[in-house]
Write a protein that binds this ligand. Structure first.
Ligand code: FEO
Length: 394
């Protein structure tokens, strides 16, 4: 392992998962990392572990620095298995270590791996002295699991918030100033949109709570991707903007098509919206994935969804998209629907009902076309795009 130091005595001992492309449905086109940090003082603490498949690599990284038997504490900030499934293997070698977790973290560890661990629970404000260094804990329930917590290294002003501020980005570099800034922010945005979007209210309150605590943050070391050291306030501000639902004059059109009719409608709507000077993104499902769609939706003001009617309902890819989108609950968007049909229709009605049930603001009526759109139909679609754009610009 190339030695990576965050500060004197604080080392990155995580692993890079270059080849993962599907993280429980999230398309990780640039892979990911599972970060773990070793803090050496009079006592030694390991902050988080890694996904089980990489246990040996983690242990090898630790062994290059210290005998695992000398680890005094294993901090479990979050029990989701990408961070905790090496815990049993690490704890077997670090046999003198006390595991530190939140109260709900302790329950989750036992429920995942059994009760054969020495676990000490902590709550917000509790501190652990390692020697010259102090670890302070901040519970972060539902960010994004009930057990989640942040660890703050007081003297070095380093926040280790686990999933928060992470990115699914595999890289040989470990710090934000060493990678392409555009790629980094794109992956941070994708991560927020697909993992954290539904928790916007909680995120906003937690970030403000941390700001109110007045703890200086010089570095944010998340559990995925690179470490924010050059300007951590940039990602904090991005989280505040995303969680507040800050959006652009942008229309995202998500659709699928069987014989090209809904595709023609989608293009006409896109032209109509673009003619009003708003940014337009057109995503055909099966060409674009759900991860990309939600990332585009995060900062859009309007989402226009199109489906042909199949078996009296929406096309299956749209069912999948709307299930995912309603679960992530994008904030303050205007939704509208369109589609083609052969005889009875049903897709537009079904999609509208699903959006209404989720509490989304829906622009009605949508647009429907029988069989193949003619010039008059495409004109209607163009005007529909214009109306949506005008509405979000108002
Ligand atoms: Fe990276 Fe919630 O696990």
């Amino acid at each position: 392992m190339v030695k990576v130091s965050l500060a004197e005595g604080i080392s990155w001992v995580g692993v890079v998962d270059w080849n993962i492309r599907d993280f429980h449905g999230y398309i990780t086109r640039r892979g990911t990392t599972y970060n773990a940090y070793l803090i050496q003082d009079e006592k030694t603490a390991l902050v988080d572990t890694v996904k089980h498949a990489f246990s040996n690599e983690l242990l090898q990284n630790i062994c290059e620095i210290i005998d695992p038997e000398k680890i005094d504490y294993i901090i479990v900030n979050h029990v989701e298995m990408d961070h905790s499934s090496s815990l049993p293997q690490v704890a077997k070698l670090a046999k003198n270590a006390t595991i530190i977790a939140s109260e709900r973290g302790k329950d989750a560890i036992i429920e995942h791996y059994g009760a054969d661990f020495n676990i000490q629970t902590v709550k917000t404000g509790d501190e652990l002295k390692l020697g010259k260094r102090t670890l302070r804990f901040v519970e972060a329930p539902m960010l994004h699991w009930p057990d989640s917590m942040f660890t703050y290294v007081v003297e070095d002003k380093i926040l280790m918030p686990n999933d928060a501020f992470g990115q699914h980005l595999a890289a040989s570099e470990r710090f934000d100033d060493e990678v392409d800034e555009h790629v980094l922010m794109e992956e941070a945005k994708t991560y927020y949109a697909n993992i954290l979007m539904l928790l916007g209210g909680l995120i906003s309150r937690k970030v403000q709570e941390v700001v109110r605590m007045g703890i200086p943050i010089e570095m944010i070391a998340p559990s995925h991707g690179v470490i924010w050291r050059s300007n951590p306030s940039k990602i904090i501000q991005a989280y505040l903007d995303w969680s507040a639902g800050k959006s652009l004059n942008k229309v995202v059109i998500v659709y699928d098509t069987m014989w090209g009719s809904t595709d023609k409608m989608a293009r006409a709507i896109a032209e109509g919206a673009a003619s009003q000077g708003v940014d337009v993104k057109l995503l055909k499902l099966r060409a674009a994935d759900l991860t990309e769609a939600m990332t585009e939706i995060l900062d859009a003001k309007a989402v226009v969804v199109g489906s042909p009617t199949l078996n009296s309902g929406m096309f299956p890819t749209l069912g999948q998209f709307l299930t995912y989108a309603t679960g992530l609950r994008p904030k303050d968007k205007l939704w509208s629907f369109f589609g083609s049909y052969g005889w009875g229709g049903g897709a537009v009605r079904g999609m509208t009902e699903m959006a209404r049930k989720a509490g989304f603001e829906v622009h009605e009526p949508g647009v429907e076309v029988k069989y193949i759109p003619e010039q008059e139909d495409l004109k209607k679609c163009f005007e529909f795009g214009q109306q949506i754009a005008a509405k979000i610009k108002a």
